[in-house]
Design a protein around this ligand. Structure first.
Ligand code: PGA
Length: 255
């Protein structure tokens, strides 16, 4: 038996209320009946409307970031409880845009993972190297360091809730996805990390997604790789036809 695919659309700072309802209403009947998870990571203003539009469908809704604090005087932040109260079931954590533009460091990302797990929200941890790190041959070292710092303290049970997304920074929004071979090699390293820390069962179960210029074209070969279990999709998740194709290609290739 193989792992069910997981495809998450990351809308970033895009979409409004009506577009969200239309998108979800159109997406639902386009999805193939093959098994797999389909999720949308939406701006916090859209969590409630998206989860209402998705009610009764297989589409899961989540956030793009979560505070490391439970509640209190943290202007502009949203908590795990607030996300769940609005129907969200997961949150991206440590996306490279948050690391780069909002200076999220490893300690903060670790606290966010902890808070999400304590609050019963699925953490989707994003890791990835920059162009410079890739060119200087540091990919594996950078990734293992990010993984250890964000997840290393979890026990086997806690770790079994985590989804990991490999998003090479140099591939995000560039139109140039990693080659399937490069992505597979890194996914193998990530699965090896999970295996070493928490054993074979977790290594088998943990979904490891690829992100960075995923499109209906690039997904075809990427998803054939044994350790690529799905995708975290940015730009192409804003167009319902493209997103549905990515989900369906993933499901059909793995089934
Ligand atoms: P992209 O973004 O698909 O537009 O490259 C992916 C991401 O940042 O999650």
């Amino acid at each position: 038996m193989s792992r069910p695919t997981v495809v998450i659309g990351n809308w970033k700072m895009n979409m409004k209320i009506k577009e969200t309802i239309d998108f979800i209403t159109e997406l639902s009947p386009m999805l193939s009946k093959t098994q797999g998870k389909v999720c949308l990571s939406v701006p916090s203003t859209l969590l409630k409307v998206a989860s209402e539009a998705a009610r009764g469908s297989e589409i899961e809704i989540g956030a793009q970031d979560v505070s490391q604090y439970e509640s209190g005087a943290y202007t502009g932040e949203i908590s795990t409880t607030m996300i769940q109260d609005s129907g969200g079931e997961f949150s991206l954590i440590g996306h490279s845009e948050r690391r780069m533009y909002y200076h999220e460091d490893d300690e903060m990302i670790k606290e966010k993972v902890t808070r999400a797990i304590l609050g019963g929200l699925v953490p989707v941890l994003c890791v990835g190297e920059t162009q410079e790190q890739k060119e200087s041959g540091q990919t594996e070292k950078v990734l293992l360091d990010q993984l250890e710092k964000a997840l290393g303290f979890l026990n086997e049970n806690e770790a079994s809730a985590v989804i990991i997304a490999y998003e090479p920074v140099w591939a995000i929004g560039t139109g140039h996805a990693a080659t399937p071979e490069i992505a597979q090699e890194v996914h193998g390293v990530i699965r090896g990390f999970v295996r070493k820390k928490w054993g074979e069962k977790n290594a088998f179960r943990t979904p490891i997604l690829y992100g960075g210029s995923v499109s209906p074209d690039t997904i075809k070969e990427l998803i054939k790789m044994p350790d690529i279990d799905g995708a975290l999709v940015g730009g192409a998740s804003l167009k319902v036809e493209a997103f549905a194709k990515i989900v369906n290609i993933s499901r059909e290739t793995k089934s």
